[in-house]
Design a protein around this ligand. Structure first.
Ligand SMILES: CC(C)(COP(=O)(O)OP(=O)(O)OC[C@H]1O[C@@H](n2cnc3c(N)ncnc32)[C@H](O)[C@@H]1OP(=O)(O)O)[C@@H](O)C(=O)NCCC(=O)NCCS
Length: 191
């Protein structure tokens, strides 16, 4: 099976929403009843917005290109040094075949190339948050080069623990120390 990972286009929208519906139907982002309009809005924005990137994994089924997975990144605000991996999913019938890992590795590379090299933003890390009760997700991210850096209790409701995972992209990008107690900066900001 030949898998291609490429940037998403508007013509892919319905197929992407189909995959999202299948794997995130129970997710808090889309309510208990999956909201197709919310999903179409979110992913059409992701295709058009210069500070977001949506990639898809495709296979050829007969003569038809079929979308079997997607990965969605945001770089907002674009100056903060960090890409956020918002969501990744592979259609159920294609899970466990290595598509998720390919999508993650190639998607990360596409995102870094785009936000850093095309949009000229400094990129130190890719960061994500995943539920502690999703061991398959955590395993995938560990294999894709992410490390666990912390946990947040109750982030999306009582009983939930979110695992914070980070992939380092560029160690030379430094956070500006003292940003929030720089007296000179505060004195100059008269607005
Ligand atoms: C997480 C997800 C994207 C992985 O995609 P995938 O194509 O199945 O991943 P891969 O085939 O590349 O497998 C990655 C690892 O996960 C394991 N894995 C995949 N599906 C599994 C399953 N149902 N049960 C146990 N392990 C599983 C694989 O065995 C592999 O580990 P291994 O190489 O040590 O065997 C996919 O399962 C999915 O869409 N899940 C629902 C949405 C989700 O949870 N997204 C992540 C959180 S936002």
């Amino acid at each position: 099976m030949k898998i291609i990972v490429r940037l998403a286009e508007m013509k892919d929208l319905l197929q992407i929403v189909g995959v999202v519906r299948e794997v995130f139907f129970h997710d808090c982002c889309f309510d208990e009843e999956f909201n197709v309009h919310e999903a179409e809005y979110l992913f059409s924005r992701a295709i058009e917005d210069k500070n977001e990137l949506l990639a898809v994994a495709t296979i050829i089924d007969g003569d038809i290109e079929k979308i079997v997975g997607f990965v969605f990144y945001q770089n907002k605000p674009p100056t903060n040094g960090e890409i956020y991996l918002n969501m990744i999913g592979v259609a159920r019938a294609y899970q466990g075949l290595g598509i998720g890992l390919r999508l993650l590795i190639e998607g990360d590379n596409l995102a870094v190339k785009y936000f850093r090299d095309v949009r000229r933003c400094r990129i130190a890390t890719i960061h994500l948050s995943t539920s502690k009760d999703n061991p398959v997700g955590q395993k995938l991210y560990l294999k894709g080069g992410y490390e666990v850096r912390g946990e947040i209790i109750g982030m999306v409701g009582a009983g939930n623990v979110e695992v914070q995972m980070i992939k380092d992209i560029d160690h030379s990008v430094q956070y500006r120390q003292g940003l929030w107690n720089d007296v000179t900066l505060q004195a100059n900001n008269t607005d």
